[in-house]
Design a binder for this molecule. Structure first.
Ligand code: MG
Length: 158
């Protein structure tokens, strides 16, 4: 069995009055993430982790943030396309482990729904998708709710 690891990191700026998409779902919040797509920082980090594990470059290589076809796109579509690339290269996902750094809103009540959505796209069991929520202790841009960051690690096998 060929076992490979990958990791991904993403950051988006937060602004008042725009929708917040995270982990493939919309979350009620006074702050939303700014981006060319729907700015789902968690799904973008997962995309980069999977692409890295399969040595398929990065999310910006496949989905340019200046290409009008990706303007406002649902990042679940991007993750689904990444999974197709990973599968085409002969791999399947073992598990992923992620952390989202965000001061507010509290993410824990939303994590099971995110796990369900992501597991379906990655074609894995619910138990193979770990999502952790953390804050930045009110320090720096993340702690001051000016930005959101996500980390993702994954294991793929062939
Ligand atoms: Mg991004």
């Amino acid at each position: 069995m060929n076992i490979r690891i990958g990791y991904g990191i993403d950051v988006h700026r937060l602004e008042v009055g725009i929708p917040l998409f995270l982990g493939g779902i919309q979350i009620e919040s006074d702050l939303g993430a700014v981006g060319h797509s729907d700015a789902d920082v968690l799904l973008h980090a997962i995309c980069d982790a999977l692409l890295g594990a399969a040595n398929l470059r990065d999310i910006g290589y496949h989905f340019s943030d200046t290409d009008p076809q990706f303007k406002g796109i649902d990042s679940k579509i991007l993750l689904d396309r990444v999974m197709k690339l990973v599968i085409d290269k002969g791999y399947s996902v073992g598990n992923i482990d992620c952390t989202v750094i965000m001061e507010r809103p509290k993410l824990n009540p939303h994590i099971p729904e995110m796990q369900e959505v992501i597991a379906k796209i990655l074609k894995v069991d619910f138990d193979a998708v770990s999502i952790k929520a953390s804050t930045h202790e009110k320090v720096d841009s993340f702690g001051e709710s000016r930005a959101v960051k996500a980390y993702a690690a994954c294991l793929i096998t062939s």
